[in-house]
Design a protein around this ligand. Sequence first.
Ligand code: ADP
Length: 194
Amino acid sequence: MFNLVLFGPPGSGKGTQSENIVKTYDLRHISTGDLLRDEVSRNTALGVEAKKYMNQGMLVPDEVVIGMISSKIDGSADARGFVFDGFPRTRTQAEALDKLLEFKNTEIHLVLSLEVPENDLIARLVNRGVTSGRSDDTEEVITARIKEYHLKTEPVARYYNEHGKLERIAGHLPVAETFKTLAKNINKYLLPVT
Ligand code: ADP
């Protein structure tokens, strides 16, 4: 198995690049944002709970997200590997992920961090809000999400850096350019299937 974390602030392009990566390398995409939005739209107990946090730009509690990821990993035993998008977002989540993968005799091999200047991020997200219909893409909620990112998620980059797994990638370039740099890093571990 090859397991990748695509890391970066809200609006850094994780969703778009994850789609490119999973197609090129035949990996399984796990986006906690997508999984949570699915729970919200189906009005499940988990969704009702998660929505309260998401609409304020706050992180959903660790135990909720970790449980959700755990069942997703268990349901994909035959995968060539995973691309984690929007997860882990706290140090607790990162440690829990290490344990879950250890049970499967595997690990996180690489963490690619998309680095984008803050002004670009806000512009991208406000712009996306116009078309996405996402209720958390308003300026007020975006500001809260970026604050949560600095406070709780940036330490995750340090965690992986301490383990020698972090590579920083310039994420302000056009999508195709950024993808080339990501692919160059992934190719050291895994060959493309397309
Ligand atoms: P973005 O990274 O663009 O903010 P996501 O779709 O990844 O968007 O996440 C949207 C919201 O879902 C977050 O603001 C947060 O409330 C919740 N969420 C997503 N992933 C996690 C996670 N790993 N831990 C806690 N909350 C999460």
